[in-house]
Design a binder for this molecule. Structure first.
Ligand code: AHM
Ligand code: MG
Length: 336
């Protein structure tokens, strides 16, 4: 994908329209809707520190309006934006038990794409002013156009994604996405409300020196993970590595993609498949990571090749710099 600097996201989408699969303009409109919803959510997330003044989320504020929890708010905004603009035929969200069918204004189910999303990942970090994110994943439906979507349209392996991205509400707000032609990152200029191409053609360094894992769960980890952590801490060659864990996956992976590193959320004796959701968290991040030259697995095989069986299924997640993920996999294999 061509990436010029100082471009806005709008210009970038138009310039690269031909790279979009099937190129009907539908996917461009979908990304456009996401960038709009992201701005609205960003505005609300930025005000989170004022809840003591205007009322806590979940309570009634001074004006007598109900304050919504931010994750519920983000969920509604993304769903509303995608629904009102008649772009997708279905949405599945980490916040909803079941998927949503979108019939379209003529009730004719003509749209091709389904979106799966985690509207506000890491939301427990909001109270302490730490970055959170939105993650989204786009597939072409597999059931015939003209009929309502079914679960089958959502239960596709990650390798069928046509686009995926994340928004990071951080010191600056960024939108990073791929349509299968590399990864590009755009930074929001809040004064103008425009996204600028700030990180063209992002590449995951092949090696890195950061490992990100919740070591508090060490005793519950599989032997391979325990041994890999010890390996990261040994004084040998370029080690010990630096440990960095924000507890907000989008931020942890974004940092590792820029600096080089590995992120691990393994299975444990307490959570047999780990914590992260395959469809809303692992697959979209895996698509971006692979498109940037990194690697994402469940500790043994490629995340994006897992055939999902449930909307909310979880998966262990090993993701980041290719050589680091391969080293962690070696340990997993050896200490099974
Ligand atoms: P959430 O979807 O409920 O916010 O949970 C996902 C988040 C990830 O962003 C993060 O990597 C992980 O949970 C942290 O979990 P833990 O506190 O168990 O380390
Ligand atoms: Mg989440």
């Amino acid at each position: 994908m061509m990436a010029k600097q100082y471009q806005t996201l709008g210009e970038f989408i138009i310039d690269n329209q031909a790279d979009f699969p099937y190129s009907s303009g539908e996917l461009s409109r979908l990304i456009n809707s996401i960038r709009l919803a992201a701005k609205v959510v960003n505005h609300e997330v930025n005000k989170a520190g004022l809840v003591d003044i205007i009322g806590a989320y979940g309570e009634t504020n001074i004006q007598g309006e109900d304050q919504q929890k931010l994750d519920v708010y983000a969920n509604q905004k993304f769903i509303q934006t995608l629904t009102n603009r008649e772009i997708v035929c279905g949405i599945a969200s980490e916040e909803n038990d079941d998927f949503i069918t979108i019939a379209g204004c003529n009730n004719d189910h003509q749209n091709k794409y389904v979106v799966l999303m985690d509207p506000l990942d890491g939301s427990s970090n909001i109270d302490v002013n730490v970055s959170v994110g939105t993650i989204f994943s786009v597939y072409r439906r597999v059931t015939p156009i003209g009929t309502p979507v079914t679960k089958e349209d959502f239960l596709q392996p990650g390798n069928k994604q046509v686009a995926a991205g994340y928004i990071i509400y951080g010191t600056s707000t960024m939108l990073v996405y791929t349509t299968g032609h590399g990864v590009n990152g755009f930074t929001l200029n809040p004064a103008l409300g425009s996204w600028y191409l700030s990180h063209p053609d992002m590449k995951f360094p092949k090696n890195g020196s950061i490992y990100s894992i919740n070591e508090g769960n060490y005793v519950h980890f599989p032997e391979g993970v325990k041994k890999y952590i010890k390996y990261c801490q040994e004084e040998e060659e370029d080690r010990p590595y630096t440990s960095r864990y924000i507890g907000s996956m989008v931020s942890d992976i974004h940092r590792n993609m820029i600096k080089g590193g590995i992120f691990i959320y393994p299975k444990s004796s307490k959570a047999f498949n780990g914590k992260l959701r395959l469809l809303y968290e692992c697959n979209p991040m895996a698509y971006i990571i692979e498109q940037a030259g990194g690697k994402a697995s469940d500790g043994f095989s490629r995340i994006m090749d897992i055939q999902p069986t449930e909307l909310h299924q979880r998966a262990p997640f090993f993701a980041g710099s290719k050589n680091m993920v391969e080293k962690a996999e070696e340990f997993m294999k050896k200490f099974q």
